[in-house]
Design a protein around this ligand. Structure first.
Ligand code: MSP
Length: 661
């Protein structure tokens, strides 16, 4: 029989230079659904990717002195690494800079133009560059962007327009007739009452004031508006309008677009209108989840909180982070992230409840039965209640997962875990073990514990990519017939007579007081190389910056360590300012026969003229870096505090190129 299809997408991500744990929220949630559907036997297509065009990216790239493509390539590589680290099981990864995507966007634009749904006119209005959104004067709030509250720019340019207004009535009718289309329901009301019913204006869908975008084929000074470009990804990724559109035929319409609440508007107005114009079916559902916030506001690093997903995973483990994201906040609502709440969850839910249950059970089977459980079944009050609770939980999960109720699903699974822990207290195996006559009862108790854990471990799979396997290893079973999703619905499948394996605790407890103190001090906030790459940050330019990023920890080094640093006397030949970077000077240094270019953050303290002729000390074997797009081949030394700086110079002329030791 042909498998049922399931197509799920996340939004495609802006190559942001500040990727935080909130960003991984949509993707982790989508991954949990994709894993669950695969376990249920669906043929799943899970798509994610990156949204790489637009004015915002072009400006950022310009500020760094690199091309937009260079800028995005670096960040996208980091995003892909992050998803690998978080064990995201996407089947495809689309980049809006992919050729096939751009070609299809051009075909879509042309088709809509040819059929009269896109027309040329002039745009005059307000544009919010960070949101890449157009606004009319009346939509602005206090003259600022109604979405993000930032400054907007008055824009006047020749533009193409999409006849969005034409689709207003059809959209309203569709949404009203398909209550499942926009979820949760509150978002549906918001779209209808705040946007659709007050009336839609035609949408400006091309720009001429920058060129980092998909060119309009029949009018090359225009590039396609980023949201038209971005939304199309959901079908271009499947080969829509291409030679091989088999995936499109197979998977479209999408079962669900999972999106953050701030972009529901684009997905439930512009996107369905585009699809209506193209004559294609609409996605079955757009689910708008809430935001993960930090106490007191937006997601950014604040005192004592680490929000870098790479550091969080390295510190606390992937399954703990994924568990926290999906457990802490009901999907759809906003929630608060804090390291303290995370550590509390790790200690109580993971280390105490789940971890202890597994390690105690395996240790008891090991101790009382030499690690091999005999076949023994018994029923009694405690056994029946345990079985009833675990089966009840297993029976409820599917319905909750189908509704994306992750937090409720996990609460249910923890009901099974608590019941199983309680069973240990009730049956008191350590008392049974004292009397040989109780051996068969003890075996039955151990069996029920192992069987309960088997079922729990199966249910954890959508959320935790690592822990279930570890549990199976400890229980002595392999991923196979005893671990299928279906097998969680039947009690009594765990095979007796196999050996258990004592293992390391699944989730070591964290000393919360110590950990929080360290976080406060910021010692643990040092970004790994990986995380720095993810954030697209420039490398530290000075030793001081490097020290800051490694928490100013000073350790002793050996003379051999010191010998690794090649310090040389260098003569300043030329110095000049760098446009757009008021702290930096570009220096030409004489180093024996060699001339080096070095960028140094000393512009506030030295004028180019006074530097000429000075003999300074250069770290000559420092890896070259680009600062504001200008290569720096080493670093000159200076002494400084927050308000002053003095270069280290050589007080006798011994010639450039000499070694400093
Ligand atoms: N590029 C657009 C989407 C285009 S889809 C055709 C975009 N990108 S984004 O990088 O800004 O956001 C990607 C996803 O991350 C969105 O679903 C957004 O809601 C989510 N989140 C970003 N910060 C978040 C939190 N702090 N909390 C929860 N989700 C958040 O929008």
């Amino acid at each position: 029989m042909e498998k049922k299809k399931f197509y799920i997408t996340t939004p495609i991500y802006y190559p942001s230079d500040k990727l935080h744990i909130g960003h991984s929220y949509t993707t982790v949630a989508a991954d949990a659904i994709a894993r669950y559907k695969r376990l249920k036997g669906y043929d799943v297509m899970f798509l994610t990717g990156t949204d790489e065009h637009g004015q915002k990216i072009q400006r950022k790239a310009e500020a760094q002195g690199v091309t937009p493509k260079e800028y995005v390539d670096k960040i996208v590589a980091g995003i892909k690494e992050l998803w690998k680290l978080m064990k995201i099981t996407n089947d495809k990864f689309i980049r809006t800079t992919d050729d096939f995507h751009q070609e299809t966007v051009q075909k879509i634009f042309k088709k809509l133009y040819d059929q009269g749904d896109i027309y040329k006119s002039e745009y005059e209005g307000w544009y919010c560059t960070p949101c890449e959104s157009f606004w009319t004067k009346t939509q602005l709030v206090d003259g600022k962007c109604p979405d993000c509250g930032r400054e907007v720019e008055l824009t006047k340019e020749e533009s193409y327009f999409f006849r969005l207004s034409k689709y207003q009535d059809r959209l309203i009718k569709y949404i009203e007739e398909h209550p499942e289309f926009i979820q949760p329901v509150s978002r549906q009301n918001e779209m209808l009452n705040n946007f659709l019913k007050p009336g839609l204006e035609d949408l400006c869908v091309s720009r001429t004031t920058f060129n980092w975008g998909v060119p309009v084929t029949f009018d090359e000074k225009h590039v396609v508006y980023v949201w038209i470009d971005a939304l199309s990804n959901y079908i271009t990724a499947l080969g829509y309008m291409s030679e091989d559109d088999s995936d499109y035929k197979k998977y479209w319409p999408a079962d669900v677009h999972l999106v953050g609440k701030e972009i529901v508007r684009f997905h439930t107005i512009i996107w369905p209108a585009m699809l209506m114009a193209l004559g294609e079916p609409l996605p079955k559902q757009v689910f708008g989840h809430g935001w993960l916030l930090l106490e007191g506001g937006k997601m950014s690093k604040s005192k004592g909180n680490v929000v870098d997903p790479v550091i969080l995973v390295e510190k606390y483990g992937l399954d703990a982070i994924r568990y926290f994201l999906l457990r802490e906040v009901p999907f759809g609502s906003d929630g608060v992230f804090s390291n303290e709440a995370l550590i509390n969850r790790i200690n109580s839910d993971l280390a105490n409840d789940l971890g202890n249950l597994v390690s105690r059970t395996v240790a008891m089977i090991d101790k009382y039965f030499n690690g091999v459980l005999p076949e023994e079944r018994q029923s009694g009050e405690f056994d029946d209640d345990l079985i009833k609770t675990v089966m009840d939980v297993a029976g409820k999960i599917d319905d909750m997962m189908d509704k994306f109720q992750f937090s409720n699903s996990l609460t249910e699974i923890w009901r099974a875990i608590s019941r199983t822990n309680k069973y240990i207290d009730e049956t008191m195996p350590w008392v049974l073990a004292k009397d040989e006559n109780n051996k068969s009862r003890l075996a039955a108790v151990m069996y029920n514990l192992a069987e309960g854990i088997r079922i729990i471990s199966i249910l954890l799979q959508p959320f935790m990519p690592e822990t279930p396997e570890k549990i199976w290893h400890q229980l002595g079973i392999e991923n196979g017939e005893y671990t299928t999703w279906e097998s969680s619905k039947t009690w009594g499948i765990y095979p007796a007579g196999i050996s258990v394996n004592k293992g390391a605790p699944l989730f070591p407890r964290i000393d919360i007081k110590k950990e929080l103190e360290e976080l406060e001090k910021g010692i643990e906030q040092k970004p790994s190389d990986n995380s720095r790459q993810n954030k697209g940050e420039a490398k530290p330019a000075t030793k001081k910056e490097a020290e800051k990023s490694i928490g100013k920890e000073k350790e002793l080094i050996t003379i051999e360590d010191f010998a690794k640093i090649d310090l040389k006397v260098a003569k300043v030949l030329e110095a000049e300012k760098i446009e757009g970077a008021d702290k930096l000077l570009k220096l030409k240094l004489q180093l024996g026969d060699e001339v080096r270019q070095v960028v140094s953050g000393i512009a506030k303290y030295y004028s180019p003229e006074e530097l000429k002729g000075k003999y300074v000390v250069l770290v000559a074997n420092l890896k070259p870096v680009k600062l504001r797009g200008v290569e720096s081949q080493g670093m000159i030394l200076a002494a400084s505090d927050d308000s002053n700086l003095s270069l280290i110079t050589v007080d006798r002329n011994i010639g450039s190129g000499k070694t400093v030791s």
